[in-house]
Design a protein around this ligand. Structure first.
Ligand code: AMP
Length: 469
């Protein structure tokens, strides 16, 4: 299915293309035709599923262009962040129209918001409290209202907005009004509200698990070796503002401990980071998670096993320090971001030996994870000989799995240990004697005994991806 299959106009299709949406998400496939046909809709979908565009696109289709002075659409949402996020989506999707919209929320004086309203408005996105405040000042004529959306209805109820919502429902016209209700969960109280609020609604529902992976902003860095991963991690985590609530996942307890120590001592400060893995006692793990949930710490380092089943919301970033070997864990890991109305990012570090697993993960999530160029000022270290050998052997194993006849490009030598030591010594010399080669940064730059593998260049400032064989 494509966006062309809906009866959307050129302006919207152009905006969709520019937003980079290639195909409708499941909630969009289901909800767009229903909303376009004027039905009341009850949507059960979390943030991250594309639910905002699912109701906005048909609404923008209906509103079409600026008309009159009074609002025709009202979208209510529980928090200032969500209101701003929805309003931003209106800005993006309505960019080729002259539709006028405003975000109304508290925390700042209403003066500018009222001035915008006074110029004439088509769509209002608001928190219930601020909407009512400005309505009571007589600044929001409601008689032209044709569409009402309650977004994140469950959260609005949890936050005690029901009295305001009821007041709003009392003052707006109910005739010929289309009502849309979206909620991440569907407890009894939301069901009750839906009976009150919706007329012969169509229910659409998507399971978050399958769609989360496709909605979180994902990216991937090709990094040649462990130490360069550490450098990159340090570089990213120094940006405290951006990476303000980050979970770093890694495969083993040892890695987790090392990352924890390094970041604690050198980058974020020991009081801003915690680590959870199977060797940590239950209480320590619970305390660490509480600290993270409450925003007292910036970083949580975790292994997959320790993180399974924990519900941590509002994570700004998930960093996969390594690629999980249980591929479903990738979906679980990144599903921890992009929650609670915050857009999330999942960043994966991948060595050449891990590229095989990324290929498998991309099959599961049915998309290619966009490759990012490494930061130009990142210090790229030469891959130590032993690490290189381990990676090459892993790659051979992977090839054998795919092709049982494959004999292996890397033939293990009997005197491997001796040769490895000699190589390591000569490599150290090379690094000391200039290190230019090392800083150029080659992805899997192999030593001569590395068999037939070709060198691959790490991208720096470039955008092409290394081809998988
Ligand atoms: P939402 O669930 O509405 O909060 O949307 C989550 C994110 O998905 C937002 O950043 C949207 O811009 C993005 N998005 C919405 N629809 C699509 C789509 N069809 N394809 C790709 N991204 C989308």
């Amino acid at each position: 299915m494509t966006f062309e299959d809906f009866d959307l106009n050129r302006q919207l299709l152009s905006a969709i293309e520019e937003a980079g949406y290639q195909a409708p998400t499941p909630i969009q496939e289901q909800a767009i035709p229903l909303v376009m046909n004027g039905h009341d809709v009850l949507g059960i979908a979390q943030t991250g599923t594309g639910k905002t565009a699912a109701y906005l696109l048909p609404i923008l289709m209906k509103v079409k262009y600026a008309q009159g002075t009074d609002m025709r659409v009202l979208i209510l949402a529980p928090t200032r962040e969500l209101v701003m996020q929805i309003d931003k989506a209106v800005t993006d999707l309505a960019k080729y129209t002259d539709i006028r919209h405003v975000a109304l929320y508290g925390g700042l004086g209403p003066k500018t918001q009222i001035e915008t309203l006074q110029k004439g408005i088509d769509i209002i996105v608001a928190t219930p409290g601020r909407f009512m405040d400005i309505y009571l000042k007589g600044e929001i004529p409601v008689k032209e209202l044709k569409t009402l959306v309650l977004d994140e209805a469950d959260k609005m109820m949890d936050m005690g907005f029901m009295p305001q919502i009821r007041k709003i429902l009392e003052v707006i016209p109910s005739k010929k009004r289309q009502n849309l209700l979206f909620s991440a969960t569907f407890p009894e109280r939301v069901e009750k509200l839906s009976f009150e609020f919706l007329e012969f609604p169509h229910k659409v529902e998507v399971s978050p698990q399958a769609t989360t992976a496709s909605m979180v902003k994902q990216s991937l860095y090709e990094v040649p070796n462990f130490m360069t991963k550490i450098n990159l991690l340090g570089m990213l985590m120094r940006d405290h503002e951006r990476f303000n609530r980050t979970i770093i996942f890694c495969r083993s307890k040892e890695f987790a401990d090392n990352i924890f120590k390094y970041l604690g001592r050198k980058v974020v400060g020991e009081n801003k980071i915690r680590v959870i893995h199977a060797n940590k006692g239950q209480n320590t793990r619970i305390n660490s998670m509480e600290d993270f949930k409450e925003g007292n710490i910036q970083v949580l380092v975790a292994t997959d096993v320790a993180a399974r089943g924990i519900d941590i919301q509002a994570v700004s970033h998930v960093i996969n320090f390594d690629v999980p070997l249980i591929y479903e864990d990738y979906v679980h890991r990144i599903g921890r971001t992009g929650r609670a109305n915050l857009s999330g990012e999942a960043i994966t570090f991948m060595t050449e030996a891990e590229e095989y697993h990324i290929g498998k993960i991309e099959k599961i999530i049915k998309q290619t994870i966009p490759r990012e160029a490494l930061p130009s000022n990142l210090e790229i270290l030469q891959t130590p000989f032993v690490e290189q050998q381990i990676m090459l052997r892993e790659i051979d194993e992977q090839r054998k799995k795919e092709d049982p006849d494959f004999k292996g490009a890397f033939h293990e030598k009997k005197d491997f240990k001796v040769k490895a030591k000699q190589k390591e010594a000569s490599q150290k010399k090379q690094i000391i004697a200039g290190g230019k080669e090392a800083r150029k940064g080659s992805f899997g730059k192999t030593s001569s005994s590395g068999g037939e593998r070709k060198n691959r260049n790490v991208k720096k400032g470039g955008n092409s991806r290394t081809g998988r064989k």
